[in-house]
Write a protein that binds this ligand. Structure first.
Ligand code: PGA
Length: 252
């Protein structure tokens, strides 16, 4: 049975003390909540990983980096390797976010390498995909999403796929206040699950958690999460306040 997950993506927000405080609040709220129907993960800046790990119970709140390097180690000034991320005690890494693909030119090939390095180091991957507004409007969106998934993930074995969470994030819905309708999101989630079934069979497809991301908030989360193929969310803006984030966590 696949897991429901609500994951926060703090992006480049909060200082270390602010992040530690937010992480504490989330962990306390998760610990106090009864009968939660999802796993909770927070995706924090690299600088915060060690300090946040100290104040959370990793069995209650998973910890994600938002990126890792496409090399193992060495002369790559400013980069942070998957091994370094894992050594902080983090158990997840977000890869392929559209902001990284768009602003930092992350290619399918580069992401394939990052995925491999993350898995080699025992990290679970939240792998993001999604189309731009132009691709949505010109009808190429399924081709784009299909290529993103195929070219960076389909070299993996079925066993490795168990460590992959997919996040569908239409770029036009990220930080814009424009959410995909629950029907639009469900259509793509079912499409992604179909791709997984073709490549790996029904069992792997059925077991893979597929998150929706893009202006997800407490008010629209219940409708999105009620869809059969939407297994939770990757939450940007609304993950920066413990109250809003918990409003989504409890939406199942
Ligand atoms: P948003 O961001 O919730 O602020 O739209 C989602 C994301 O980019 O992961």
């Amino acid at each position: 049975m696949r897991k429901n997950i609500v994951a926060g993506n703090w992006k480049m927000n909060t200082t270390v003390p602010e992040g530690v405080q937010l992480a504490k609040e989330v962990c306390e709220a998760v610990s106090a909540a009864e009968g939660l129907k999802c796993d909770v993960v927070i995706g924090v800046p690299f600088t915060h990983l060690t300090a946040v790990k100290e104040v959370i119970d990793i069995n209650k709140v998973g910890l994600a980096a938002q990126n890792c390097a496409d090399h193992t180690s060495g002369a790559y000034t400013g980069e942070v390797s998957a091994a370094m991320v894992a050594s902080t005690g983090a158990n997840y890494v977000i890869l392929g976010h559209s902001e990284r693909r768009g602003y930092y030119n992350e290619s399918y090939e580069m992401l394939k390498t990052k995925v491999d390095l993350a898995l080699e180091n025992g990290l679970k991957v939240i792998f993001c995909c999604g189309e731009s507004l132009e691709e949505r409007e010109n009808g190429s969106f399924k081709d784009v999403i299909g290529a993103e998934i195929r070219d960076s993930l389909f070299h993996l074995t079925a066993e490795q796929m168990a460590c992959i969470v997919i996040a569908y994030e239409p770029i036009w819905a990220i930080g814009t206040g424009k959410t995909a309708t629950s029907d639009q999101a469900q259509e793509i989630h079912a499409f992604i699950r179909g791709l997984l079934a073709e490549q790996y069979g029904a069992q792997v497809a059925d077991d893979t958690t597929i998150l929706y991301g893009g202006s997800c908030k407490p008010s629209n989360a219940p409708e999105l999460f009620a869809k059969p193929d939407i297994d939770g969310g990757l939450i940007g803006g609304a993950s920066l306040k413990a109250g809003d984030f918990m409003g989504i966590v409890t939406a199942f």
